[in-house]
Design a protein around this ligand. Structure first.
Ligand code: UN1
Length: 493
């Protein structure tokens, strides 16, 4: 299956089994990296850093440009591998690779724009400036649901910023990681003279990630996953004064206001809540609907939930593929049971049997009408469950939107400018992402991606997220013959 990517077959065959969520069957096995191999990877990356930081940034951008070319050429094959390993429908598998290509393009331009500042000095014959220098080795720990794009948001920036990367993919998705590493190596061979160890993959479970977390040679640790994982990582990295970029759980909501365009809202809600089988960190999980449009909207959504196509994603004619594994299905059942116990009405959520895929986990997405925002609605369950509550006035809607521990993405459907601007104001949504007349998921790479509160506060991808991969240096330069002190201090010796 990895033919064409040049992946070393010695890396798989024996070791931890990799299964496809499409059938639940085994598609390969990848050996975990042993502790000495992880240690050696960190040492190699540290040596690579000493060389790579001296390569001019636009030249580093050239390597990322070549990586983007390799990704373009491999788009359909790699997208297919994402579909096989994660179960995404083909257009989403390819869309994920497109996201990688986009961030490579962004990073190439960025490689000529890692700009500092010239700052006016208060002292005569002085100037001040700020420069951005490479930070060091970047550890990248990624989740199963975006097995390749999240690496690229971090790696494309880190590489142009002058930092080597070490990637620990989810133990559920090592094949796509090895395929991407093989594409990187092709780009590196074309570039010529890339330091050994500039981009590496280590495989395995938590212990492997922990070695990156605890090693002071890893200057920046970027981790995507659950809030529980992020809390542990954040604490451990803080203990050694390392830097973290955390992209953790979301419990994203959309508000549907009285003036909303309901045709548009239905489509956006459907993609946001059911796309990727509800397994995006940006998935729409809570819908806050004004009482006056509730009866016009919710039955329409219920119809979509009853009829949306669920099944094997490979032929490309379904919208909802499988959940990643049986544990995800069990978590979905637990959440739905808890909602029912609180008096919820559930449409969908049942098990879907796919012939030949009895070991897989297919579920019809669930639309859950809640009497109030409580219980499982306050938690992120990584499954296609959309909880719906009613609201009466705008302030209540904002309070519900902000009334959870997570703060990743949010949106409002409204054509009332006072509401849309209020939603985006300082007193509006408390999330890292706040959209208008669109869903909560499917962000473009040009903006900074991440969220507040238990989402972890990190920012990746576009805007000035690159600053997280560099260290800032402030310099004051005296080009005169006297030594005036700042703040008017006198110290004449
Ligand atoms: C994730 O689920 O970890 O905004 C990332 C989105 C995608 C990225 C999701 N661009 O939905």
């Amino acid at each position: 299956m990895l033919t064409g990517f040049g992946v070393d077959p010695a890396r798989f065959g024996a070791g931890r089994a990799v299964t496809s969520p499409i059938t639940g069957g085994r598609i390969g096995a990848v050996a975990d990296s042993e502790a000495p191999a992880v240690e050696a990877a960190i040492a190699r990356a540290s040596t690579a850093f000493a060389a790579w930081r001296l390569v001019p940034a636009p030249r580093r951008g050239e390597l990322v440009r070549l990586l983007g070319e390799e990704l373009r050429a491999a788009k359909s094959g790699l997208g297919r591998l994402v579909t096989l390993e994660v179960g995404k429908v083909p257009s989403e598998g390819e869309g994920e690779v497109q996201e990688m290509i986009d961030i490579c393009d962004f990073a190439v331009g960025l490689s000529r724009q890692l700009q500092g500042l010239a700052i006016p000095s208060e002292r005569p014959d002085h100037r001040m400036m700020e420069q951005w220098h490479p930070a060091g080795v970047v550890g990248i720990v990624t989740a199963f649901n975006f097995p390749v794009a999240v690496w690229s948001w971090n790696a494309a920036l880190a590489l142009v910023c002058g930092d080597p990367v070490i990637w620990k993919p989810s133990e559920k998705t090592p094949l796509t990681a090895l395929a991407v590493q093989a594409l990187f190596e092709r780009a590196a061979a074309r570039f010529g003279g890339v330091p050994d160890g500039l981009s590496q993959v280590v495989t395995g479970g938590r212990e492997v990630g922990q070695m990156l977390v605890d090693d002071a040679r890893v200057a920046v640790l970027s981790a995507t996953g659950s809030t529980r994982m992020g809390k542990a990582v954040g604490e451990r990295v803080a203990r050694r004064f390392g830097r973290c970029i955390l992209e953790l759980g979301g419990n994203n909501a959309s508000i549907v206001a009285p003036s909303a365009d309901l045709d548009l809202a239905v489509r956006a809600i459907a993609f946001g809540a059911m796309g990727t089988a509800g397994q995006r960190c940006t998935t729409l999980r809570r819908l806050i609907v004004h009482a006056s449009v509730y009866d016009a909207l919710v039955p329409r959504l219920a119809k979509v939930y009853r009829t949306v196509s669920v099944g094997n994603p490979l032929p490309g004619d379904v919208l909802v593929g499988p959940l990643v594994d049986a544990a995800a299905g069990e978590a979905m059942t637990r959440a739905l049971d808890a909602a029912r116990a609180l008096g919820a009405t559930v449409t969908g959520g049942d098990i879907v049997t796919v012939p030949g895929a009895e070991a897989a986990c297919y579920r019809r997405p669930a639309l859950v009408e809640m009497p109030e925002q409580a219980g499982p609605m306050l938690e992120e369950t990584f499954a296609p469950i959309l909880y719906v509550v009613k609201y009466q006035d705008f302030a209540e809607a904002i309070a519900l939107q902000n009334g959870v521990a997570q703060g990743l993405s949010s949106s409002i459907f409204s054509t009332d400018m006072r509401e849309t601007e209020g939603f985006l104001s300082a007193a509006g949504s408390d999330c890292g992402i706040a959209n208008v007349n669109m869903g909560t998921s499917g962000a473009e790479i040009g903006g900074a991606f991440g969220g507040e509160k238990e989402t972890g506060g990190g920012r990746e991808s576009g805007s000035d997220a690159w600053k997280g991969y560099m260290r800032r240096q402030t310099s004051a330069i005296n080009f005169g013959r006297s030594l005036p002190l700042a703040q008017g201090v006198r110290f004449d010796v």
